[in-house]
Design a binder for this molecule. Structure first.
Ligand SMILES: Cc1cc2nc3c(=O)[nH]c(=O)nc-3n(C[C@H](O)[C@H](O)[C@H](O)COP(=O)(O)OP(=O)(O)OC[C@H]3O[C@@H](n4cnc5c(N)ncnc54)[C@H](O)[C@@H]3O)c2cc1C
Length: 387
């Protein structure tokens, strides 16, 4: 028996568990993860970058609110820094210079240091940029590398310390509503009887849906309509950089998101920035997508990529308006959504988990969000459920 069952142990699930378990009302919290290891799906496959100017407009405040947490987490949360500085250069190729104006405006709203850079400055920072592929460029100095494994582990350990339980290989297969009052934190509504694929059961007052690409599947298991989530496959691969000092280079992103390159130690993480619609699944990279990335990056840079050390793909999952879906379901008491993390689920995780806990247990955002203007109407499930 638990007060709150969280379905999914990716970054959304463990950040939610951390904040819910720390709440002064001390609800009992259980994370149920289908796979034998946590973070097996999208969370373990990201580019691990924080870019303030990324994602739908309503998600930007979640990144802004997460930054102080990343830079100065609570005492004892993590043994090592969670982020380290990695600037981002956006390149508009010749013929597409005008498209940088909107990017500059958007970037300056969240990163006052965002500025246009000439080729000479850009190539000084990222020496492999080709002159003929550079029309205009923008530098965002306040980007960061995120240590995703450390962040996920710290939320998990922190949640456990606060009393939460984490169950692996516990795939939710069925859910029934039983009559009778819920206990602490549930109000006066029936409890959930959650049934795993292998027949184990768990009674919970509240279900939190953090199932990533399976968000609509989990809603369906609980008898709710989905919110039309669209998982989209994104491919990435590693290649040796072969250039001394490349580990210090900034990330470089094409203005129309046709490719990006990010240094990772002696290697480069590369992507065609693909977003192919997919059913929820264990996503695999397609050779064609890797080849496309190589072609585009070799056109724009002098890297001359020939070798792929490792390749993978993950599902970035979007709601129809590309904002997240965070908070209690308007029609089903005891069911809470935290889905649609898209391409910013890591960089927004501290704030998204906190907002979920605030809305679930207190009904409103806490002081964590002081100084940040949240667009709650663009995050609430009310905008999508039962439309
Ligand atoms: C190539 C790539 C690059 C990216 N780069 C970045 C980046 O630089 N910065 C950034 O912020 N974000 C990035 N993202 C996006 C980010 O990785 C995601 O937004 C985030 O990981 C989503 O986390 P999640 O917990 O919602 O989903 P997941 O990590 O997929 O977790 C969902 C979990 O739910 C579990 N589950 C599903 N169904 C059930 C069930 N029935 N019972 C129990 N458990 C279930 C699954 O097994 C899974 O572990 C990137 C993504 C990709 C693919």
């Amino acid at each position: 028996m638990t007060d709150i069952a969280i379905i999914g142990g990716g970054i959304a699930g463990v950040s939610a568990a951390y904040w819910l378990a720390l709440h002064p009302s001390a609800p009992s919290v259980t994370v149920l993860e289908a796979e034998a290891t946590l973070a097996h799906h999208t969370t373990g496959r990201s580019a691990a970058q924080l870019i303030p100017n990324l994602g739908a407009e309503p998600l930007r405040p979640l990144t802004v609110a997460s930054v102080p947490f990343f830079r100065q987490p609570p005492d004892g949360f993590a043994e090592h820094p969670l982020v380290s500085s990695r600037a981002v250069i956006t390149v508009a190729p010749p013929g597409e210079e005008a498209s940088l104006d909107e990017q500059l405006r958007a970037a300056r709203r969240v990163d006052p240091g965002a500025t246009e850079v000439e080729y000479s400055e850009a190539v000084g920072l990222f020496p492999a940029l080709r002159r003929e592929a550079f029309g205009r460029g923008m530098l965002e100095p306040s980007g960061d590398d995120i240590d995703v494994a450390a962040l996920h582990q710290a939320f998990t350990v922190g949640a456990r310390r606060a009393g939460a339980t984490v169950e692996r290989a516990w795939r939710l297969a069925a859910a029934e509503l039983s009559s009778g009052s819920g206990s602490s934190g549930s109000g006066d509504h029936p409890r959930w009887n959650l049934i795993a694929e292998d027949g184990r059961t768990l009674s919970a007052a509240t279900v939190v849906n953090t199932a990533g690409a399976w968000g609509d599947v989990v809603a369906g298991i609980c008898g709710l309509p989905g919110v039309d989530l669209e998982p989209r496959r994104r491919t990435a691969f590693m290649t040796p950089s072969g250039v001394a000092g490349s580990a210090e280079w900034p990330m470089v992103v094409d203005v129309a998101h046709r490719w990006y390159v990010k240094p990772d130690g002696p290697q480069l993480l590369c992507s065609p920035a693909d977003q192919t619609p997919s059913a929820p699944c264990d996503a695999k990279p397609e050779e064609l997508d890797v080849a496309l990335a190589i072609e585009r990056i070799n056109e724009a840079t002098t890297l001359g990529i020939r070798t792929v050390a490792s390749a993978w793909a993950g599902l970035r999952t979007f709601a129809p308006d590309e904002s997240m879906v965070i908070g209690p379901d308007p029609g089903m008491p005891g069911f809470v959504w935290c889905v649609g993390q898209g391409g910013t689920g890591i960089q927004t995780a501290p704030a998204a988990g906190r907002l979920l806990a605030d809305l679930t247990l207190d009904g409103a955002p806490s002081a964590f969000f002081d100084g940040v203007t949240l667009d709650l109407a663009a995050l609430t499930p009310h905008r999508l459920v039962g439309r």
